[in-house]
Write a protein that binds this ligand. Structure first.
Ligand code: DHB
Length: 309
């Protein structure tokens, strides 16, 4: 049996496989479903200070290669998740909060609540593509660093940041170096590609309703984008920051590709939506099969082991 043990920051994980925020993690019941599955950790839905219903429906669409969503941050509010995590202690799995906000001060208010609750790690989501009236925080580096620096100084807990894709190497280099300077423990790459859509030519309609039918794009179509972000972020953060890969993980070989690129763990979004929490057992089985075939003893030795042509 191969050893799938890995870590994110100082948090040990029994395998590199966990859920992506936003999928199967909004309600108590769903979170328990992840905790009872083979997922190595439980990631919570991105929370706002107060509960939200989110956008009007249809707000999520998927097919065999992609997903488009404009959920609009439906969530039960920070208080609910801080109570829920207290009741999940017995699962003995790392619990990851995901926090977001509509303005800078929201992040600090939610962080103060979450920091007091028994979460093991906090993913700061600076990349929600569906916030009305404002752009993506992570495309404003000064504001992002202000948020992260202030939070870093408030806690010794493991903290990470979830980022959108960047289109230029120079942006990645500056962002990565700034995150190392701030002392971030992990970077999750990537949130859904911000401006995606699906047009059904038969009905002549967009697949989702909010925001002109345009929302975050996920699924296997974004995997090449996410992989390149992992490779480039790793060049500037090597061994100082853990990277978590997200985007189009549907089979064991996808996980192996992310690990070679430099990811210490992966998150499952679109495919979890499609398949439910049984997917974690399937992926672990497939990953074990690949490692056995390749005679790899530990997944750790393959993190960032990609060979260049
Ligand atoms: C939502 C979508 C995201 O990609 C995200 O990071 C947070 C929230 C949403 O629309 O609910």
């Amino acid at each position: 049996m191969t050893n799938l043990a890995t870590s994110v920051g100082s948090i040990p994980l029994t395998s590199p496989i966990m859920n992506a925020s936003g999928v199967w993690c909004m309600t108590n019941q769903q979170l328990v479903g992840i905790a009872e599955s083979k997922a190595a950790a439980v990631m919570f839905k991105s929370m706002t200070l107060n509960p939200r219903e989110g956008n009007e429906r249809t707000r999520m669409y998927f097919n065999s290669i992609l997903s488009v969503n404009s959920m609009g941050l439906p969530n039960k509010g920070a208080g609910y998740y801080c109570e829920t995590v207290k009741q999940m202690h017995h699962f003995k799995k790392p619990m990851f909060a995901s926090i977001t906000g509509f303005c800078t001060t929201d992040f600090f208010s939610i962080f103060d609540l979450v920091n007091k609750a028994p979460f093991d790690a906090i993913e700061i989501n600076l990349s929600c593509p569906n916030i009305e009236g404002r752009g993506i925080f992570a495309y404003d580096r000064d504001e992002s660093m202000h948020i992260l620096d202030k939070i870093r100084k408030k806690t010794k807990k493991t903290i990470g940041v979830k980022l959108p894709p960047y289109n230029q190497r120079s942006e990645i280099e500056v962002m990565a170096k700034s995150l190392v300077d701030v002392g971030i423990d992990f970077i999750t790459l990537i949130n859904s590609y911000p401006l995606g859509c699906f047009i059904d030519y038969e009905t002549e309609q967009m697949a989702i309703r909010p925001n002109d039918g345009i929302g975050g794009l996920g699924g296997s179509v974004v995997k090449p984008i996410a992989l390149s972000q992992i490779v480039l972020f790793r060049q500037h953060t090597k061994d100082k920051v853990s990277l978590i890969g997200v985007g189009g993980v549907e089979k064991g070989s996808d996980i192996y590709e992310y690990v070679l690129a430099g990811a210490s763990a992966v998150q499952i979004g679109t495919a979890l939506w499609r398949e439910g929490p049984a997917i974690f057992g399937r992926l672990e089985h497939e990953l074990n099969g690949i490692l056995r075939e390749k005679k790899v003893k530990t997944i750790r030795e393959k993190i960032g082991a990609l060979k260049m042509k």
